[in-house]
Structure formats: structure tokens, C-alpha cells
Design a protein around this ligand. Structure first.
Ligand code: AMP
Length: 120
């Protein structure tokens, strides 16, 4: 899938839409999810144009990948959920219901998050 420069996170990165920022460095922006599903619900995104984890994991530089992983760990500690525990999640593609076509990592915490996936 080609990267769509009009997706909502691309517009946030360009400053066209506001976000509630929690972290930024040369490669990463992180902000609170607009519709939080847990007391802590942060989205961490690369600044580069990557559609999904599939795209990012194949095409991002080692520096970009390191920056994102380090940022997520840093944010978890800064948000005060590292000790109690948290979950990171990257919906990828249709089966996972990825809504925004710019790679993002969800960071959930601040409550008991339950089992990993709903059982069918
Ligand atoms: P996903 O289903 O993994 O693609 O998740 C997309 C997430 O982006 C959802 O949790 C939305 O609530 C969140 N979201 C959509 N628009 C915004 C926005 N403008 N600011 C912050 N979060 C957003």
C-alpha cells in the first residue's frame, strides 16, 4: 500500500491538526490517543512515512527503529506505568483493524489490562 500523505497522523506531524504531545525527538512523535481505552493511552509514531509495522520493519533505518523503541520505553517510564505494567500494540493491516495508515505503537497502562485478546 502506498503512503497517503493526507492521513491524520501525517497532518499532525505537519502541524495542521493539534495533538496532546508527550514526547518528541528527531525521529519520533508521541501524543495521547484522542479516544483513550485506558488511563494511559499514548501513540508513538515515527516521523518518517511508513504505512504500517510491516513497512517500518522492512524499510526504516536502524536509527529510526532504535529511536522508536527507546522512545516507547522512555514514555512508559515517564507516564509512570513501567512498574505497574503496560501493553504495547501495533495494529497492522485489515485483520488487525488498523484505522490510521501511518505506523503507530499504542501504549496502554494505568489499569489491569486483562487478557491479551478476546477469546472467541
Ligand atoms: P488503529 O486502529 O491502531 O489504527 O488506531 C488508531 C488510533 O488513532 C485510535 O485509537 C484513535 O483513537 C486514534 N486517533 C485517531 N485520530 C486521532 C487524533 N487526531 N489524535 C489522537 N489520536 C487519534
Amino acid at each position: 500500500m502506498a503512503y497517503d500523505r493526507n492521513n491524520i497522523f501525517a497532518r499532525i506531524l505537519r502541524g495542521e491538526i493539534p495533538c496532546n504531545k508527550v514526547y518528541e525527538d528527531a525521529h519520533v512523535l508521541a501524543f495521547h490517543d484522542i479516544s483513550p481505552q485506558s488511563p494511559t493511552h499514548v501513540l508513538a509514531i515515527p516521523k518518517g512515512e511508513y504505512v504500517s509495522f510491516d513497512d517500518f520493519s522492512q524499510n526504516a533505518s536502524a536509527e529510526e527503529i532504535t529511536a522508536l523503541v527507546r522512545a516507547v520505553g522512555h514514555i512508559a517510564r515517564e507516564q509512570g506505568v513501567a512498574e505497574s505494567g503496560y501493553r504495547i500494540l501495533a495494529n497492522t493491516g485489515a485483520a488487525a483493524h488498523q484505522e490510521v495508515q501511518h505506523f503507530h505503537v499504542h501504549l496502554f497502562g494505568g489499569r489491569d489490562l486483562g487478557g491479551m485478546l478476546p477469546r472467541r
